[in-house]
Design a protein around this ligand. Structure first.
Ligand code: TRP
Length: 373
């Protein structure tokens, strides 16, 4: 039996019902009308938009209204350094890079290096320092424009961020935090304050520019409770509500609901995995929609709708025609489980080979990205 769905910034499990999340979180579906409107500006639609991987939003129409009036937005997203980056983490960032290129806008990328320190008992600041460095390499490797991208690191930019964070914090009650995140009295006071820090980059560029600039935040839907609070508070301080665009989660390799997670090593492919490790993990752990015998598979066909290799190809195979062929062949039984797994392995390894090269080259570029104050 699959557990009940749970989606919070710190815990995602169960069978995720995205329609239900749209209702419960009060967001809007990215419908075909809005996709057309985006396409008018971008010329084509990113794979993640065509396939509903980005599926929900808040105030995207407002962002485009302002953009069409010549009032450009900036992008904001982030990563809390707490472990190695896996390919699930890359999904919102790959899309953010596409938005940066298509709209030619600035990106503020937050590394809240205190977040997971506060939330995970065993994590030290020495650990977060290490992961901060490693994680920055992954972000840079995706090809963000250094002239238009600013890394904001909470403990290093604390002097800049603390006052704005306090202004936000002053407008959030303990009871709001309790009900938004399910905290009780046993949570530490750093955890209670944290959402104020995650709100800051949504208006810090406006503070620095001394004028209001629209903000668009791409993120996986589990971060939404933070930004519901941010959207409540910022207008009370005289700033715009940030807009948002939401992605689904990359399913774990083992296919058992929830999202890809670093705490279950066999459920994730890391950006530094070697071709052999990728191959072994996919062959051994990928949840398969195939039949139990070859004869049965040929006769009855596989089930691509639950097959993790197929589900991952929806994220990583850009060619719609190829993807459809794979779907049809797997469903009819013409394509076997070993074959679809091999297609995924080749796809991932081609991507990771390039990523790992760029990651190495990123070592000399970190300084270019960190915001100078
Ligand atoms: N809380 C996020 C994490 O756990 C990090 C983060 C900070 C973030 N600011 C963000 C994510 C903005 C998305 C958008 O990794």
């Amino acid at each position: 039996m699959v557990e009940d769905m749970k989606v919070t910034p710190w815990d995602v499990k169960g069978n995720i019902d995205y329609d239900r999340l749209i209702k419960e979180f009060g967001t809007e579906r990215l419908d075909s009308k809005l996709l057309k409107r985006i396409e008018k500006h971008t010329g084509s639609l990113h794979t993640f938009l065509r396939r509903g991987i980005f599926f929900s939003h808040r105030d995207m129409n407002w962002i485009l209204d302002e953009y069409e009036k010549g009032n450009k937005f900036f992008l904001y997203t982030g990563r809390s350094p707490s472990g190695d980056v896996h390919i699930g983490h890359l999904v919102p960032w790959i899309f953010t890079k596409w938005l940066q290129d298509k709209f030619n806008v600035d990106l503020w990328f937050q590394f809240p290096d205190e977040e997971k320190f506060l939330f995970k008992d065993e994590l030290t600041f020495k650990d977060t320092e290490h992961y901060l460095h490693e994680n920055m390499l992954d972000v840079i490797a995706l090809g963000f424009n250094p002239k238009k991208t600013k890394f904001l690191i909470d403990t290093r930019h604390a002097g800049l961020m603390y006052k704005p964070a306090c202004e936000v914090a002053k407008k959030i009650t303990f009871s709001t935090v309790k009900s938004s995140f399910g905290f009780d009295d046993s949570f530490n006071i750093g955890q209670i304050f944290y959402t104020a820090m995650q709100s800051v980059p949504a208006f810090l560029p406006s503070v620095l520019a001394k004028k209001n600039i629209p903000c668009l935040i791409p993120y996986a839907i589990d971060q939404d409770p933070h930004f519901r609070i941010t959207r409540d508070v910022l207008p009370k301080m005289g700033y715009y509500k940030p807009a948002a665009i939401h992605s689904v989660f990359l399913p774990p390799l083992t296919g058992s609901g929830g999202k890809m997670s670093s705490s279950i090593k066999t459920s994730a492919i890391y950006t530094t995995d070697s071709p052999k490790v990728v191959k072994d993990k996919v062959m051994k752990y990928a949840f398969s929609g195939g039949r139990s015998t070859l004869e049965e598979h040929r006769r009855l066909g596989g089930n691509p709708d639950v097959d993790v290799p197929y589900q991952w190809l929806r994220f990583f195979e850009d060619d719609d025609v190829k993807l459809k062929q794979i779907y049809d062949d797997y469903k009819s039984g013409k394509m076997l489980t070993g074959e679809i797994k091999q297609i995924l392995i080749d796809k991932l390894n081609a991507f990771l080979e390039k990523h790992q090269e760029r990651r190495l080259a990123a070592k000399d570029k970190i300084d270019e990205f960190i915001l100078k104050v």
